[in-house]
Design a protein around this ligand. Sequence first.
Ligand SMILES: Nc1ncnc2c1ncn2[C@@H]1O[C@H](COP(=O)(O)OP(=O)(O)O)[C@@H](O)[C@H]1O
Ligand SMILES: [Mg+2]
Length: 384
Amino acid sequence: MKIRTGIIVTGENFFVRQHLVDKVWDSIESENHILLVAPRRVGKTSLMHYLMDKAKDNYFFLFIDTESVNNENEFYRKLLSRLLTSKFVKSKNKVFSFVKEHSPVIKSIGPNGVEFDSKKETDYFSEFLKIAKLLDLEDKKLVLLLDEFSQTVENIKNDESERNAIHFLQTNRELRQALSGKIQFIYSGSIGLENIVRQINASSTINDIVPLKVKPFNKQESRDFILLLLKNVDFKLNDKLLDTILDKVGWLIPFYLQLVIQAINDVWKEENLTKLSEVIIDNALTELVEQGNYFEHWHSRLRTSLKTIEYKFAKELLNAISGTETIHSNEIHDLAVGFGLESDYKDIVRSLVYDGYINNNDDIRTYRFNSPILKMWWWKYVAN
Ligand SMILES: Nc1ncnc2c1ncn2[C@@H]1O[C@H](COP(=O)(O)OP(=O)(O)O)[C@@H](O)[C@H]1O
Ligand SMILES: [Mg+2]
């Protein structure tokens, strides 16, 4: 297994957590629509690709990343285009004569996508629905993997309006109902869809979707994973140092484990080392944090998603935790009062938990960073 940081992992480089894969399949086979929930970088996109690459016989999957989409019509045009260019659909339907008959807005279907007639005003939702209903999937079921769907909802809310975001959620629901039994949807979101939807009073639009958490690795999975990664590095680790690494990483997402093993290997090579120690692991972590660019999105995300005053509060809160390790909910309240946010701050704290910055797992009133590495980075690059 090769160290891969930052890009989606597939094939041999994907560490399979069978219990998680089984859980998703159970849910698919129960005909659920699913929301894969986890903060950025936990492994949602890679999991989606694994499901697609190892699809059971009577299913086929289409993957669509909608992170940059910011209006409803564009979203459905993208879905339609993906559907009509998929190998499976093309092989089972004489697609061109089919769309000629049913969809006059489509001019051509080429290897690079579908060309739509730009002169015609088109409602792509209706177009997609019509075609999806008519398509012959034989006895197969189609699963649409819609990556970063919650970002799409947020984009529409921010770039257009709350009303349009609600409308978008409603048409998605309509689609699920109208295509029930034929097409299933698996959405993913790095940011809390439930939070976004609650804020715009639209929870009922997603109550037919089953949320499924993609959790960080547990200790045993992390050990097994690291042992596989070690096959492609120059150094060796004894069990004690392996567990030292796990303690220092704290939040055991595969991305961080890979970054750390990579960083140790870099130090190992640069310094021509022959023996590993805890000090060397610490040096590698410091190097990793100093490279900085792996973590900046945790900061920029707050700046773009929150209003100015909320951003200031969130930043102040994370600054405080990064300096002291933990913060008590009373202190959070006092901080919020200082920003005039006493009625809203709980939502902000909730989204920081949901989005993977902090947790109160040990004690409901005490918050800490999920990841000591992110904490270190935050302290150095944001707080000071
Ligand atoms: N199952 C896995 N096996 C190996 N590496 C993984 C796995 N899941 C995630 N990763 C690592 O984490 C990074 C982020 O994964 P990705 O699937 O893009 O997460 P997300 O979509 O949740 O942001 C990948 O580049 C890869 O380094
Ligand atoms: Mg992703």
